[in-house]
Design a protein around this ligand. Structure first.
Ligand SMILES: [Zn+2]
Length: 269
């Protein structure tokens, strides 16, 4: 065998081995869509058409809710494994040791949405099942609300916000339709049993966090109107939010409690 031929063979062999070792998660396929770029790996290729229908529907719900289109294009990453999602979060949040909890499947900030491949939720996550298509769509829509909100907010990744977790999350819960009749009745029950946190700051905590935060934003939407809600998207602290609405936390809590025990119209239940 000629020296050159041997060298060529060795090179081919070596690159095959190296290529084989490269993590499949590093090989993102990118597809440009209307308003966003979709990143996925070959492992999810066969489900992409199905997933795209969720993203299109979720995006439309968000744009209808805010009566406007997304300000900027963004990216959607479909992670083929939990370790792939974790490594994205470790990098984005600068927390090299971060390990996600089993219920965490997605996140949204101004420039991107990260999500574990929805068909793998049943095996890679707890509390989520892909077959529940309504809940799946609402979860994706929830994250898209965060993307929209982040594009309007002073803190695009919500890392610099004070006292508005209930608003950021409540808005995503409410606008996505996650504030459904079940959650509303859980909140009514908790109010009647005096199991309500004392401050709004604590509304996005505990088992009732979706219902508590979602119904407060539902209440604000009914009381102040959609335009006012939209005018709050820029703020990253509660003082600015209360000043704009010309109200106090005390007034919001009382008004919310009074209307929650009455029959609240379910906007997107
Ligand atoms: Zn959220």
């Amino acid at each position: 065998m000629k020296k050159q031929t041997l060298f060529l063979l060795l090179t081919v062999l070596l690159s095959t081995i190296l290529f084989g070792w490269t993590n499949v998660e590093d090989k993102w396929i990118v597809e440009k869509q209307n308003g966003y770029s979709l990143y996925y790996t070959t492992l999810d290729k066969q489900d992409i058409v199905e997933y795209k229908a969720y993203f299109v529907a979720g995006k439309k719900t968000v744009e209808d809710f805010f009566q406007n289109s997304f300000k900027n294009d963004f990216s959607i990453y479909i992670h083929p494994s939990r370790s792939s999602l974790d490594s994205a979060w470790q990098k984005d949040w600068n927390m090299p040791d971060f390990k996600s909890q089993c219920w965490m499947v997605a996140s949204g900030v101004s420039n991107k949405l990260d999500i574990i491949s929805p068909k793998k939720w049943d095996s890679l996550a707890c509390e989520h099942s892909y077959s529940d298509s309504i809940k799946t769509l609402r979860l994706i829509t929830h994250e898209l609300v965060h993307v929209y909100h982040g594009q309007q907010n002073k803190s695009p990744d919500f890392s610099d916000v004070t006292g508005i977790d209930w608003f950021v999350e409540g808005l995503a819960v409410y606008a996505s339709g996650q504030c459904d009749s079940v959650r509303i009745s859980e909140v009514k029950k908790a109010i009647s049993e005096n199991r309500i946190p004392e401050t709004l700051d604590k509304f996005w905590t505990g088992n009732l966090k979706y219902g508590l935060s979602g119904t407060v934003v539902l209440y604000l939407d009914k009381k102040f109107g959609r335009e006012q809600i939209i005018s709050l998207l820029n703020f990253n602290n509660i003082e600015e939010l209360l000043n704009t609405l010309n109200t106090t936390e005390f007034e919001i809590m009382n008004g919310w409690r009074d209307t929650s025990v009455q029959n609240v119209e379910i906007k997107k239940g």
